[in-house]
Design a protein around this ligand. Structure first.
Ligand code: THU
Length: 136
């Protein structure tokens, strides 16, 4: 899928953001290996730590519907700049993605974006095979 199409879906997903505390809306669109797209937005909570980022919303939606293999995610925030996923989201993505191949598309608009791999964003990641070496 073209980057532009995925970015457009992330921008659209941002419209559903629930962000009354930060007033900072984020949208994400996650592409599966099978070609489907799962979108997500940030969902904040009055107990701030219970907030869920847009990227994780997209991953959890996809996994809960049986998808576990992903190739790219586009992210768009209200900051008019490239919005890098937070550390927790990077870790959640790392659970399901090939670090070297998975593309994170930091999008300011459909025309203005930057593509970076998850390996670049999360060097030295703690991965399932590190939990009990030898069993995976
Ligand atoms: N947020 C995301 O949804 N994704 C990110 O990658 C960074 C931060 C959200 C969380 C919170 O609702 C708001 O942005 C401000 O941190």
């Amino acid at each position: 899928m073209e980057y532009q199409k995925l970015i457009a879906q992330a921008i659209m997903a941002k419209e559903s953001a629930y962000a009354p505390y930060s007033n900072f809306r984020v949208g994400a669109a996650l592409l599966t290996k099978s070609g489907r797209v799962y979108t997500g937005c940030n969902v904040e909570n009055v107990s701030y730590a219970a907030t869920n980022c847009a990227e994780r919303t997209a991953v959890y939606k996809a996994v809960s519907e049986g998808e576990q293999e992903f190739t790219a995610i586009a992210v768009n925030g209200d900051n008019n700049d490239y919005l890098p996923p937070c550390g927790i989201c990077r870790q959640v993505l790392a659970e399901f993605c090939d670090l070297e191949a998975f593309e994170v598309i930091l999008a300011n608009s459909t025309q203005d974006y930057q593509v970076i791999t998850l390996a670049e964003l999360l060097p030295g990641a703690f991965r399932p095979e590190n939990l009990r070496p030898g069993i995976f």
